[in-house]
Design a protein around this ligand. Structure first.
Ligand code: GLN
Length: 199
């Protein structure tokens, strides 16, 4: 089983631990650089990107994570984690410092007040069967993506019609939504598969 770290500074860490275990990985909470060294991939959970970026700096994790990502470590960011993986963030706090790696422009809190939390069924490229029941909580979206980024899912219908909510670039995966909050483990399984491919 590949060892998959979960950045455990803030956010819904516990749900991702059980989801990764169910998807065939050995989950390892990561709070310090020494814990990062042993993992084959890293999941960055949802929560609050401003807080995660501050805590990563305080715990001396920002540069080690940037370096591992640049060296090809697979990473998956959900919601705030998507914001952390983006090379460009719109509507972020001025002191936001992400890890970067994905050639995407991500808009924070993109869905606006009225619909800041909602769920929608979204078909995801590469996942067999039913669309994913996607839970969005003050979620970001991908406003634009570079040529090497593969769009995996878009919202269909409503004011956000066509907006990108899942994307992949090489060993990096990002979703606007929170797959750990449903019983569907296909997104975690996709990421575990990406980690295995890289091993
Ligand atoms: N709105 C949060 C942020 O800006 C993300 C919300 C989430 O991760 N559920 O970081």
């Amino acid at each position: 089983r590949p060892s998959v770290g979960i950045l455990a500074l803030q956010g819904d860490v516990r749900e991702h631990v059980s989801a990764l275990a169910a998807a065939g990985a050995d989950p390892v909470p990561v709070r310090r650089a020494s814990e990062l060294d042993g993992v084959d991939g890293l999941l960055i959970p949802g929560g609050e990107s401003t807080t995660i970026s501050r805590l990563a700096r305080i715990f001396d994790l920002t540069d080690p994570i940037r370096k591992r990502i640049a060296a090809g470590m697979p990473a998956y960011g959900s919601c705030a984690g998507m914001i952390m993986l983006a090379n460009t963030v719109l509507d972020g706090r001025p002191d936001h410092e992400g890890f970067g790696g994905m050639d995407v422009v991500v808009r924070r809190n993109a869905f606006g007040r009225q619909v800041d939390s909602f769920s929608a069924d979204v078909p995801v490229v590469g996942l067999e069967g039913e669309p994913v029941h996607a839970v969005f909580i003050r979620a970001p979206w991908v406003e634009s993506a570079g040529a090497d980024v593969r769009v995996l899912a878009r919202i269909s219908g409503g004011p956000a019609d066509g907006r990108i909510v899942a994307a992949r670039q090489g060993a990096l995966l990002a979703t606007s939504f929170h797959p750990e909050l449903t019983g569907d483990r296909r997104i975690h399984a996709l990421f575990v598969e990406m980690v295995r491919e890289q091993q």
